[in-house]
Write a protein that binds this ligand. Structure first.
Ligand SMILES: Nc1ncnc2c1ncn2[C@@H]1O[C@H](COP(=O)(O)OP(=O)(O)OP(=O)(O)O)[C@@H](O)[C@H]1O
Ligand SMILES: [Mg+2]
Length: 275
Protein backbone atom coordinates (compact mmCIF):
# COMPACT_ATOMS: atom_id res chain seq x y z
CA UNK A 1 0.00 0.00 0.00
CA UNK A 2 2.55 2.59 -1.10
CA UNK A 3 1.23 6.00 -2.10
CA UNK A 4 3.76 8.46 -3.47
CA UNK A 5 3.49 12.03 -2.14
CA UNK A 6 0.34 11.36 -0.09
CA UNK A 7 -2.01 14.27 0.50
CA UNK A 8 -2.41 15.75 3.95
CA UNK A 9 -5.29 14.42 6.03
CA UNK A 10 -7.37 16.21 8.65
CA UNK A 11 -6.18 14.47 11.84
CA UNK A 12 -3.47 15.58 14.26
CA UNK A 13 -1.80 12.56 15.86
CA UNK A 14 -0.39 12.38 19.36
CA UNK A 15 2.88 10.44 19.20
CA UNK A 16 3.98 8.08 21.96
CA UNK A 17 7.31 6.22 22.06
CA UNK A 18 7.50 2.95 23.99
CA UNK A 19 11.09 2.71 25.14
CA UNK A 20 13.52 1.19 27.62
CA UNK A 21 17.21 0.41 27.31
CA UNK A 22 16.52 -2.98 28.88
CA UNK A 23 15.61 -5.91 26.64
CA UNK A 24 12.63 -8.21 27.09
CA UNK A 25 10.58 -5.94 29.39
CA UNK A 26 7.46 -6.06 27.20
CA UNK A 27 7.97 -3.07 24.88
CA UNK A 28 6.72 -4.90 21.78
CA UNK A 29 3.94 -6.71 23.66
CA UNK A 30 2.80 -3.32 24.98
CA UNK A 31 3.11 -1.59 21.60
CA UNK A 32 1.12 -4.28 19.76
CA UNK A 33 -1.63 -4.73 22.34
CA UNK A 34 -1.99 -1.09 23.34
CA UNK A 35 -2.18 -0.13 19.64
CA UNK A 36 -4.84 -2.79 19.01
CA UNK A 37 -6.83 -1.78 22.12
CA UNK A 38 -6.76 1.90 21.12
CA UNK A 39 -7.85 1.04 17.57
CA UNK A 40 -10.72 -1.00 19.02
CA UNK A 41 -11.70 2.04 21.11
CA UNK A 42 -12.21 3.90 17.84
CA UNK A 43 -8.88 5.69 17.33
CA UNK A 44 -7.02 5.67 14.02
CA UNK A 45 -3.66 4.25 15.13
CA UNK A 46 -0.32 3.98 13.35
CA UNK A 47 2.16 1.56 14.94
CA UNK A 48 5.77 2.13 13.88
CA UNK A 49 8.38 -0.57 14.51
CA UNK A 50 11.76 1.10 15.00
CA UNK A 51 13.47 -2.10 16.12
CA UNK A 52 15.62 -3.91 13.50
CA UNK A 53 14.50 -7.18 15.16
CA UNK A 54 11.14 -6.51 13.41
CA UNK A 55 9.08 -8.19 16.13
CA UNK A 56 5.93 -6.11 15.60
CA UNK A 57 5.09 -7.59 12.18
CA UNK A 58 5.77 -11.10 13.51
CA UNK A 59 3.64 -10.45 16.61
CA UNK A 60 0.74 -9.39 14.36
CA UNK A 61 1.23 -12.09 11.74
CA UNK A 62 1.96 -9.49 9.04
CA UNK A 63 4.12 -10.32 6.01
CA UNK A 64 7.53 -8.60 5.69
CA UNK A 65 7.36 -4.97 4.52
CA UNK A 66 7.27 -4.63 0.70
CA UNK A 67 9.67 -2.31 -1.15
CA UNK A 68 10.20 0.64 -0.87
CA UNK A 69 10.55 0.32 2.87
CA UNK A 70 10.75 2.34 6.04
CA UNK A 71 14.56 2.41 5.66
CA UNK A 72 14.04 4.38 2.43
CA UNK A 73 12.21 7.00 4.50
CA UNK A 74 14.97 7.15 7.14
CA UNK A 75 17.62 7.41 4.41
CA UNK A 76 15.75 10.28 2.72
CA UNK A 77 14.79 8.36 -0.46
CA UNK A 78 11.13 8.92 0.43
CA UNK A 79 9.70 11.98 2.17
CA UNK A 80 7.14 10.67 4.59
CA UNK A 81 6.27 7.60 6.67
CA UNK A 82 2.75 7.80 5.21
CA UNK A 83 4.27 6.52 1.93
CA UNK A 84 5.06 3.15 3.53
CA UNK A 85 2.10 2.54 5.85
CA UNK A 86 0.33 -0.78 5.42
CA UNK A 87 -2.77 -2.51 6.72
CA UNK A 88 -2.83 -4.73 9.80
CA UNK A 89 -5.35 -7.44 10.69
CA UNK A 90 -7.19 -4.89 12.89
CA UNK A 91 -9.34 -2.22 11.19
CA UNK A 92 -8.09 1.31 12.03
CA UNK A 93 -4.62 0.00 12.95
CA UNK A 94 -1.94 0.69 10.35
CA UNK A 95 1.68 -0.46 10.46
CA UNK A 96 4.99 1.00 9.31
CA UNK A 97 8.59 0.31 10.05
CA UNK A 98 11.29 -2.23 10.45
CA UNK A 99 12.72 -4.01 7.47
CA UNK A 100 15.80 -6.12 7.07
CA UNK A 101 17.97 -3.08 6.18
CA UNK A 102 17.11 -1.10 9.31
CA UNK A 103 20.20 -2.13 11.33
CA UNK A 104 22.42 -1.10 8.40
CA UNK A 105 20.39 2.08 8.01
CA UNK A 106 21.03 2.98 11.66
CA UNK A 107 24.79 2.75 11.06
CA UNK A 108 24.57 5.02 8.00
CA UNK A 109 22.48 7.54 9.95
CA UNK A 110 24.90 7.68 12.88
CA UNK A 111 27.30 9.78 10.77
CA UNK A 112 24.66 12.35 9.70
CA UNK A 113 24.14 15.82 11.18
CA UNK A 114 20.66 16.18 12.68
CA UNK A 115 20.28 12.41 12.66
CA UNK A 116 17.96 12.47 15.70
CA UNK A 117 15.28 14.48 13.86
CA UNK A 118 14.80 12.42 10.68
CA UNK A 119 11.69 10.58 11.90
CA UNK A 120 10.13 13.76 13.27
CA UNK A 121 10.36 15.37 9.83
CA UNK A 122 9.13 12.22 8.12
CA UNK A 123 5.92 12.18 10.20
CA UNK A 124 4.77 15.54 8.88
CA UNK A 125 2.05 14.06 6.62
CA UNK A 126 1.56 10.81 8.55
CA UNK A 127 0.52 12.81 11.64
CA UNK A 128 -2.43 14.20 9.68
CA UNK A 129 -3.81 10.72 8.91
CA UNK A 130 -3.87 9.18 12.40
CA UNK A 131 -5.06 10.03 15.93
CA UNK A 132 -2.33 8.12 17.75
CA UNK A 133 1.14 7.10 16.58
CA UNK A 134 2.87 4.50 18.77
CA UNK A 135 6.56 3.76 18.24
CA UNK A 136 8.13 0.50 19.42
CA UNK A 137 11.85 1.06 20.14
CA UNK A 138 14.87 -1.26 20.18
CA UNK A 139 16.41 -2.16 23.58
CA UNK A 140 19.11 0.52 23.56
CA UNK A 141 19.42 4.30 23.41
CA UNK A 142 20.96 4.47 19.93
CA UNK A 143 20.09 6.62 16.93
CA UNK A 144 16.76 4.88 16.26
CA UNK A 145 15.47 5.28 19.83
CA UNK A 146 16.63 8.93 19.85
CA UNK A 147 14.65 9.43 16.62
CA UNK A 148 11.56 8.04 18.36
CA UNK A 149 12.07 10.27 21.41
CA UNK A 150 12.57 13.38 19.24
CA UNK A 151 9.45 12.57 17.18
CA UNK A 152 7.24 11.86 20.20
CA UNK A 153 5.40 14.11 22.63
CA UNK A 154 5.16 11.32 25.22
CA UNK A 155 7.10 8.24 26.26
CA UNK A 156 5.86 5.11 28.03
CA UNK A 157 8.60 3.17 29.83
CA UNK A 158 7.74 -0.51 30.44
CA UNK A 159 9.57 -2.19 33.32
CA UNK A 160 9.29 -5.80 34.36
CA UNK A 161 9.63 -6.25 38.09
CA UNK A 162 13.40 -6.75 38.15
CA UNK A 163 16.34 -4.81 39.53
CA UNK A 164 17.77 -4.42 36.00
CA UNK A 165 14.51 -2.86 34.87
CA UNK A 166 14.96 -0.18 37.55
CA UNK A 167 18.22 0.73 35.79
CA UNK A 168 16.46 0.69 32.41
CA UNK A 169 13.90 3.20 33.73
CA UNK A 170 16.60 5.44 35.27
CA UNK A 171 18.60 5.43 31.99
CA UNK A 172 15.51 6.42 30.05
CA UNK A 173 14.60 9.22 32.50
CA UNK A 174 18.19 10.56 32.26
CA UNK A 175 17.91 10.49 28.46
CA UNK A 176 14.60 12.39 28.58
CA UNK A 177 16.22 15.05 30.83
CA UNK A 178 19.21 15.35 28.47
CA UNK A 179 16.96 15.69 25.41
CA UNK A 180 14.94 18.42 27.14
CA UNK A 181 18.10 20.34 28.13
CA UNK A 182 20.27 19.91 25.06
CA UNK A 183 17.75 19.66 22.24
CA UNK A 184 14.88 21.64 23.75
CA UNK A 185 12.52 18.68 23.42
CA UNK A 186 9.23 18.96 25.32
CA UNK A 187 9.02 15.22 25.85
CA UNK A 188 6.63 14.11 28.59
CA UNK A 189 6.92 10.84 30.53
CA UNK A 190 3.33 9.60 30.17
CA UNK A 191 4.06 6.81 32.61
CA UNK A 192 6.18 3.93 33.78
CA UNK A 193 4.35 0.67 33.16
CA UNK A 194 4.84 -2.31 35.48
CA UNK A 195 4.87 -5.40 33.24
CA UNK A 196 5.05 -9.15 33.84
CA UNK A 197 3.74 -8.71 37.38
CA UNK A 198 3.57 -12.22 38.83
CA UNK A 199 1.23 -12.87 41.76
CA UNK A 200 3.01 -16.17 42.43
CA UNK A 201 6.20 -14.31 43.43
CA UNK A 202 4.27 -11.69 45.39
CA UNK A 203 6.94 -11.07 48.06
CA UNK A 204 9.78 -10.40 45.59
CA UNK A 205 7.44 -8.39 43.41
CA UNK A 206 6.16 -6.40 46.35
CA UNK A 207 9.65 -5.35 47.44
CA UNK A 208 10.60 -4.35 43.88
CA UNK A 209 7.32 -2.52 43.29
CA UNK A 210 7.93 -0.69 46.57
CA UNK A 211 11.34 0.42 45.18
CA UNK A 212 9.58 1.52 41.97
CA UNK A 213 7.00 3.47 43.99
CA UNK A 214 9.75 5.07 46.14
CA UNK A 215 11.80 6.07 43.11
CA UNK A 216 9.17 7.00 40.56
CA UNK A 217 6.03 7.69 42.66
CA UNK A 218 3.18 9.13 40.63
CA UNK A 219 4.89 8.37 37.29
CA UNK A 220 3.69 4.75 37.56
CA UNK A 221 0.55 3.82 35.64
CA UNK A 222 -2.24 2.58 37.93
CA UNK A 223 -2.70 -0.29 35.46
CA UNK A 224 -0.23 -3.15 35.84
CA UNK A 225 0.33 -5.85 33.22
CA UNK A 226 0.29 -9.34 34.76
CA UNK A 227 2.55 -12.19 33.78
CA UNK A 228 0.09 -14.03 31.53
CA UNK A 229 0.77 -16.98 29.23
CA UNK A 230 -1.88 -15.75 26.75
CA UNK A 231 0.27 -12.69 26.00
CA UNK A 232 3.25 -14.89 25.19
CA UNK A 233 1.21 -17.42 23.19
CA UNK A 234 -0.55 -14.68 21.22
CA UNK A 235 2.86 -13.18 20.38
CA UNK A 236 4.10 -16.58 19.12
CA UNK A 237 0.91 -17.16 17.09
CA UNK A 238 1.24 -13.75 15.40
CA UNK A 239 -1.93 -12.34 16.95
CA UNK A 240 -2.83 -9.57 19.34
CA UNK A 241 -4.07 -10.86 22.69
CA UNK A 242 -7.55 -9.60 21.73
CA UNK A 243 -7.63 -11.98 18.76
CA UNK A 244 -6.05 -14.82 20.70
CA UNK A 245 -7.80 -14.71 24.10
CA UNK A 246 -10.13 -11.75 24.50
CA UNK A 247 -11.10 -12.56 28.09
CA UNK A 248 -7.58 -13.33 29.35
CA UNK A 249 -6.02 -11.25 32.16
CA UNK A 250 -3.55 -9.87 29.61
CA UNK A 251 -6.34 -8.62 27.33
CA UNK A 252 -8.21 -7.08 30.26
CA UNK A 253 -5.04 -5.31 31.46
CA UNK A 254 -4.13 -3.88 28.04
CA UNK A 255 -7.71 -2.65 27.54
CA UNK A 256 -7.50 -0.94 30.96
CA UNK A 257 -4.16 0.58 29.95
CA UNK A 258 -5.70 1.97 26.76
CA UNK A 259 -8.41 3.68 28.83
CA UNK A 260 -5.82 5.06 31.26
CA UNK A 261 -3.65 6.37 28.42
CA UNK A 262 -6.64 8.05 26.76
CA UNK A 263 -7.57 9.64 30.08
CA UNK A 264 -4.03 10.93 30.59
CA UNK A 265 -4.08 12.36 27.08
CA UNK A 266 -7.48 13.94 27.78
CA UNK A 267 -8.65 12.23 24.63
CA UNK A 268 -12.29 11.40 24.03
CA UNK A 269 -13.21 7.75 23.85
CA UNK A 270 -16.14 7.22 21.48
CA UNK A 271 -19.20 6.40 23.68
CA UNK A 272 -20.04 3.20 21.80
CA UNK A 273 -16.56 1.82 22.59
CA UNK A 274 -16.88 2.14 26.37
CA UNK A 275 -18.18 -1.01 27.99
N1 LIG B 1 3.04 -9.83 30.56
C1 LIG B 1 3.61 -10.87 29.93
N2 LIG B 1 3.29 -12.13 30.28
C2 LIG B 1 3.87 -13.18 29.65
N3 LIG B 1 4.79 -13.08 28.69
C3 LIG B 1 5.16 -11.83 28.31
C4 LIG B 1 4.59 -10.67 28.91
N4 LIG B 1 5.14 -9.58 28.33
C5 LIG B 1 6.00 -10.04 27.42
N5 LIG B 1 6.03 -11.39 27.41
C6 LIG B 1 6.88 -12.25 26.57
O1 LIG B 1 8.22 -11.94 26.87
C7 LIG B 1 9.02 -11.90 25.67
C8 LIG B 1 9.63 -10.50 25.54
O2 LIG B 1 8.57 -9.58 25.41
P1 LIG B 1 8.67 -8.38 24.35
O3 LIG B 1 9.14 -8.88 23.03
O4 LIG B 1 7.39 -7.65 24.38
O5 LIG B 1 9.81 -7.52 25.06
P2 LIG B 1 10.66 -6.34 24.42
O6 LIG B 1 10.94 -5.38 25.52
O7 LIG B 1 10.01 -5.81 23.21
O8 LIG B 1 11.98 -7.14 24.01
P3 LIG B 1 13.19 -6.54 23.11
O9 LIG B 1 13.96 -5.66 24.04
O10 LIG B 1 13.96 -7.76 22.67
O11 LIG B 1 12.58 -5.78 21.98
C9 LIG B 1 8.09 -12.27 24.54
O12 LIG B 1 8.23 -13.65 24.29
C10 LIG B 1 6.70 -11.97 25.09
O13 LIG B 1 5.70 -12.82 24.54
MG1 LIG C 1 10.73 -5.56 21.25
Amino acid sequence: MVSKNPERGSRNATTIAIASSKGGVGKTTTAVNLATAMAELGCHVLLIDLDPQAHVAAALGSPPAPSPTFSDVMLGHLNDVQEVVRLSPTPQLMLAGSDKRLAETEMVLSAKIGKEFILRGALDVARTHHDIILIDCPPNIGTLTLNALCAAEHVIIPADMSVLALEGVSDMLDTVTTLRKRLGQSLNVLGILATRVDVRTKRINESISQSFRDMFAEALFATQIPQNASLNRAHMQGQSVFQYAITSPGAIAYRALAHEVMLKLNANIPKEAVG
